[in-house]
Structure formats: structure tokens, C-alpha cells
Design a protein around this ligand. Structure first.
Ligand SMILES: [Zn+2]
Length: 199
């Protein structure tokens, strides 16, 4: 469906017809398409973060030590259905409530953002290191959306907690992150704590 056509002056170099360029009328067209997609093998992760007040965070692990460059179990905080190191099918687990989450670094993005982020550009992201209650660190970081006010204050090592969209959209943005101890009235709008992960 076409949303908007915008006339471009002929000098605009974003489209270069091969002949008679000065006689062409050129427009920039904004369009929107609707399509249906499946999260496939990633569905358990999305089911988890769509739980609102009962939401959970899932991760996967691969125990095929011999198949990895370093012979050890690999744990993927952003789940992967198949292990990218050895191609074996991974095992799903839930991050316990006592898991601790730490800021490793931060970044922003204004391009390549998914459609669910379009209304909150620039996207402010903390790269999160998860540590299981027994002290085991997951081997990958997760990119967690944080409010820009929190983003400005966060430093490496700060502790974060997940909050979840009360009316989930089946989108990665159904989970956001707040500094540990943030009172409920300072959560991002529309987000609540899960009983599994007290803030
Ligand atoms: Zn593996």
C-alpha cells in the first residue's frame, strides 16, 4: 500500500534514468507491506517474553564439547535453535529469577532497526552479560533495549532487570531492561515486572 509520494527535483541523484534525465518526473514513494511470519524454532523464546507478569527468559545451550573449538559447553543468551559452532540441536532452558544481568557495554542504532523500534529511534541498547545463580556466565551477550534516560547513566558493571510488555506484540521489544531497583512507576510505559524476575 502506498503511503506517500514525494516529488523529487530532477537534480536529485537518488534515481538516474539512463535517457533524457531532465524530462523525467521522479517521486520518492513510501510504502508499507503486510506479511505473516513465523518465529519457527525461536518460538519458545517469544512465548517466554510474551508472558507479561509471568514472563520468562529462555536461553539455549550446546553440550557437544568435542564439537567446539574450545572443548566446553556453550550457552547462548539469545537462543539459537542450532549451535552455530557444531550445528547440533541445542537444549532450551529458562533463566532462573536469581540470574544476574550486568551491563557490558552500550550502543545506539538509527538504522537496521526492526519495525517494532521505529517509534523510538534512536534505539538505545545495553549489551547484557547474564550470570546464572551458580556463577556460570552465558557465553553470548544480549542486546537489551533501555530508556534513553537510563542509557545516559548506565556504566559497565551496572545491574539490570528485565521488564515485559503488558500487552505483548510478539516482538523482540516485548522485553526491555531497567536498572535494578527501579520503582514500578518509573518503568517504560506499558511494561511490568514478571513475578519470576523481581526488579
Ligand atoms: Zn555446539
Amino acid at each position: 500500500m502506498t503511503l506517500e509520494d514525494r516529488f523529487l527535483p530532477p537534480q536529485d541523484k537518488s534515481y538516474k534514468p539512463s535517457q533524457n534525465p531532465d524530462e523525467r518526473v521522479i517521486v520518492e514513494r513510501r510504502a508499507s507491506i503486510t506479511y505473516k511470519k513465523s518465529y519457527g524454532g525461536m518460538s519458545p523464546y517469544f512465548q517466554g517474553i510474551m508472558g507479561g507478569g509471568a514472563a520468562v527468559l529462555c536461553y539455549t545451550s550446546c553440550a557437544n564439547r568435542e564439537g567446539h573449538d574450545e572443548p566446553r559447553v556453550i550457552r547462548y543468551q539469545v537462543p539459537r535453535t542450532d549451535c552455530p559452532e557444531c550445528y547440533e540441536r541445542t537444549r532450551w532452558d529458562t533463566l532462573p529469577g536469581a540470574t544476574r544481568f550486568f551491563v557490558e557495554t552500550k550502543s545506539t542504532a538509527v538504522t537496521l532497526a526492526g519495525i517494532s523500534f521505529l517509534n523510538r529511534l534512536p534505539v538505545t541498547v545495553a549489551w547484557i552479560r547474564a550470570v546464572l545463580p551458580d556463577g556460570t556466565e552465558l557465553d553470548t551477550l544480549a542486546a537489551g533495549m533501555v530508556e534513553i534516560e537510563d542509557y545516559d547513566r548506565l556504566v559497565r558493571g551496572d545491574e539490570l532487570r528485565p521488564v515485559f510488555r503488558q500487552d505483548p506484540r510478539a516482538s523482540a521489544s516485548d522485553v526491555m531492561w531497567v536498572p535494578r531497583g527501579t520503582p514500578g512507576d518509573r518503568f517504560p510505559g506499558g511494561y511490568i515486572a514478571s513475578r519470576h524476575y523481581p526488579v
